[in-house]
Design a protein around this ligand. Sequence first.
Ligand code: FRU
Length: 324
Amino acid sequence: EKNDKKFVIGLSQCMLDDAWRQAMLKEMEIEASNYDNLEIIIKDAHSDNSTQIRQIRELINEKVDVLIISPFQSQPITEAAEEAYRAGIPTIITDRKVNTDLYTTFVGADNYEIGYEAGKYASRYLPPKATILEIWGLASSSPAQERHQGFIDALVKRSDLYFRKVEGEWVYDTARVRLASLEWPFNVDFVYSHNDMMAIAAREYFLEKDSVLGDSLPIIGVDAVPGAGLEAVADGRINASFLYPTGGEQVLRTAVKILNGEPVDKFIPLQTGEIDKSAAHSMLIQASRLLNYQRRIEQQRGNIESLLNRFQFLQGSLWIITTL
Ligand code: FRU
């Protein structure tokens, strides 16, 4: 689309050193490449609230036209998000929530529903008096709280169950360290991990402790994004996952709508669903086809640009000839 006015989109990302967030960024970049009047300023808070608050304030001072915030922890980021909104900057909150209504729109999947579906899935595998190990994301972030609440609500009728908890803070390495600090052996019949990377950590931990158990213990995760766990579902390392789309494309499209002065809903839901081995396999095939298309689009864009350059060169030469 041709448009002469340049717009600046600010992105405050809680961290980028993570496959799921890299996938989000890639989606945004692909979507942004459809427009020639967008500039995106990306700030990486490296999993630190005070860094993220400072960076949000920098983006407010730079008077970005739209601000996208992907919060680290929900409560600590709330005030800075409100400041942006009060400064008149349309704000899009994505993935993790902030504890306020002062934002333009929230884009994300319903994490309570994900937890609830995970609980229903688990109930199919739980023998009487089963012990469930729940590997939490960062407890101070809304997806962890909601994935937990939905899960236990789905199992509320099972008063025979035992629950154990480990806080992996969303991170593979942290989950490994916290699991290693548990006293072994202990009973475990099912592992519910708040994301796939920590589910993979659990799978490896149990395989090392007891290869028979490690191979048979049902483990489920969340995300099902290529490069961030989908492969592990496809090859059977984890039993199932629940799709948690990164929303990069929708977030960017929403930003463009706002820039065009179009109204947007206060909540833009992203689809979720149970992903088993065969669904994961199909999704991986689709993902690689999409990547191929994208590559071809980029190649064609390059071809058009070099044609355009040649045309401009010819035009220039023509001008010289006709003015001689
Ligand atoms: C990525 C991630 C995802 C998870 C989301 C929750 O950083 O940990 O795995 O679904 O954040 O906010």
